[in-house]
Structures are given as structure tokens and as C-alpha cells.
Write a protein that binds this ligand. Structure first.
Ligand code: GLU
Length: 290
């Protein structure tokens, strides 16, 4: 598992907001196996920007669960709550394409559904923002505003940039080229800084994957569509672009994706009940020993 002479680096980046379950086990073991296959290093990062939902006990449990699975990683572990200065610096760099937004989710939904029928359009960052606050400038940002990226302005600034990424995962392998039109209409003005956090998942993940020199981002297929956002941010911030490896999701018997609250499939539960790691690996379709 762990390190060797190659410069390949993968990571597992859990949020300490609940017990890790079989889906996390699969993700962590896949990231470590990819590092192994590439002769590189597997890293851990704690994604705890959501201070309201993150808990130290869950963080301790992450270390225990991963160690039980037989994983190792270099210390110290990067913790996003300690990285606010880096996110603020990135946000300052993006300021020319940013605006403050005071819309609530209900405002957005109302603006999207009023003139048309059916479900409002969803992108990888949730509802596609209708642009209500787009004319506002950062100088009028209030403490309760979120900060959004003006996608059209951002793309104009990086006109001609190579917006593509290489996918090594089993579901959509190959090179994915991103079209400006899709980014504007099917992704839209995403949130870069949430009102309660000063950053967002998208901004932090891009800044930190670069800081940790990750060469292959291994994560669940649910984040495949978010990769478009990450590629745009990498281009705007002039950061290197890793390869991506999105893996299948672990589902319950009914075909539903496992959730944090699904304690029945928590790794700790299998550990406490005396399961062997090999049995847990077999449950998620990993029969070969690490
Ligand atoms: N912290 C994210 C999660 O727990 C992982 C994001 C990523 O791997 O890019 O879902």
C-alpha cells in the first residue's frame, strides 16, 4: 500500500460526518490499490470544512477503520479545517469572476419553476442557478452571502484553455472534453464559498488535490459530473490536472446507494462483530488480498 519511488499519488478524502460504511471501504481500498498498481503513494485527507457536521469522534473512527482494513498513509494527514488560508487565496484569485448571492434555496427554486413546468434543472452542484444576483459586485457582499462563480465570465477568461480530463475508471474510460455550452447551461454559476464556511467542497478539493500533488483522483461515480467543475477551477487557478478514476458505487440489496446514516453497513460494526477483513472485502467484490 503506501509509498515507493513513483510520483503517482492517490488519495481517500472522507468527511468525518458519520461512520464510514462499505462504500467508503471500497473507495479507500480502490485508491490504495491504484497507488499500488502505479507504484505510488496513497494519501488520506480529512474533508472537514463543514464544521457544523464534522465531529472528532468520527475522525478518530476513520483512522481506526482504515487501519483495520490494512491501509497506511504518510503523516501528517491533511485536514481541510486547517487550510482556510489556502482557500481564501484561491478565492481571491477567482474574484474577477465571482459575485455575492443572497438567494435561498427556496428563492432559486421559485425563480426556476415559475416560468416553466416540471422539475427544475439540476447540475452537479444542485439546482442550476438562474442568475438572479449575477449583476451584483463583490464589494457589496454581505456576511450572509454565498460567493458564486460567473461561469460565462470565467470561461471567457480562459478562452482556448484545454478543458478536458482523462478518466481511467471502468465506467467512462477515456478522454472527456468539456463544451462551454454545457458548462454554462448544465453546470452554471456554482457556489465557491458557502455562507457558513468561506469555501466549498469544489474549491477545497481542487486546491488540496493540487497541494497534495495527487496524480489520480479515485472516488465514487456520483462525483463524475462534478469533475467538470474541478477542471474549470484548475484552469482558472492554473493548477495541474490529475487523472480521474471514478469507481462503481456500493449499493444495498434494494439497489440504493449506501448513506452515512446506514449504520448497519458501518465498517466498525463488522469489526466489532468479529468479521475478517477478507470477508468485508468479499462483500464489496474485492476478493484479492491487498
Ligand atoms: N469528501 C468527499 C466525500 O466524502 C470526497 C470527495 C472526493 O473524493 O473528491 O464524499
Amino acid at each position: 500500500m503506501s509509498s515507493s519511488g513513483s510520483s503517482a499519488r492517490t488519495r481517500f478524502a472522507p468527511s468525518p460526518t458519520g461512520p464510514l460504511h462499505l462504500g467508503h471501504a471500497f473507495s479507500a481500498l480502490t485508491a490504495a490499490a491504484r497507488a499500488d498498481a502505479l507504484g505510488g503513494t496513497f494519501l488520506l485527507r480529512i474533508e472537514d470544512i463543514d464544521r457544523a457536521r464534522s465531529q472528532p469522534d468520527y475522525e478518530t473512527a476513520i483512522f481506526d477503520d482504515l487501519a483495520w482494513l490494512g491501509l497506511h498513509w504518510p503523516e501528517p494527514v491533511m485536514r481541510q479545517s486547517e487550510r482556510m488560508a489556502a482557500y481564501q487565496a484561491a478565492l481571491a484569485q477567482l474574484a474577477p469572476y465571482c459575485y455575492p448571492c443572497r438567494c435561498s434555496r427556496a428563492d432559486i427554486r421559485a425563480a426556476l419553476t415559475a416560468p416553466q413546468e416540471g422539475a427544475p434543472p439540476m447540475g452537479p452542484d444542485g439546482l442550476i442557478y438562474p442568475g438572479t444576483c449575477r449583476g451584483r459586485s463583490l464589494s457589496e457582499a454581505g456576511p450572509n452571502d454565498t460567493i458564486r462563480l460567473n461561469m460565462r465570465a470565467a470561461l471567457a477568461a480562459i478562452d482556448g484553455a484545454d478543458l478536458r480530463f482523462d478518466e481511467t475508471g471502468p465506467l467512462n474510460p477515456g478522454t472527456h472534453v468539456l463544451a462551454a455550452d454545457t458548462l454554462i447551461h448544465a453546470v452554471g454559476d456554482i457556489v465557491l464559498a458557502r455562507r457558513d464556511m468561506g469555501t466549498s467542497y469544489h474549491l477545497s478539493v481542487v486546491v488540496d488535490d493540487a497541494a497534495q500533488e495527487i496524480t489520480e483522483v479515485v472516488r465514487g461515480a456520483d462525483l463524475f459530473d462534478a469533475t467538470a467543475i474541478h477542471v474549470v477551477l484548475q484552469a482558472l487557478l492554473d493548477l495541474p490536472r490529475p487523472r480521474y478514476h471514478h469507481h462503481r458505487l456500493i449499493r444495498d440489496a434494494a439497489g440504493k446507494r449506501l448513506a452515512k446514516r446506514d449504520d448497519a453497513r458501518a465498517i466498525a460494526r463488522y469489526r466489532d462483530e468479529g468479521y475478517a477483513v477478507s470477508a468485508v472485502r468479499a462483500m464489496i467484490g474485492l476478493t484479492k488480498c491487498a
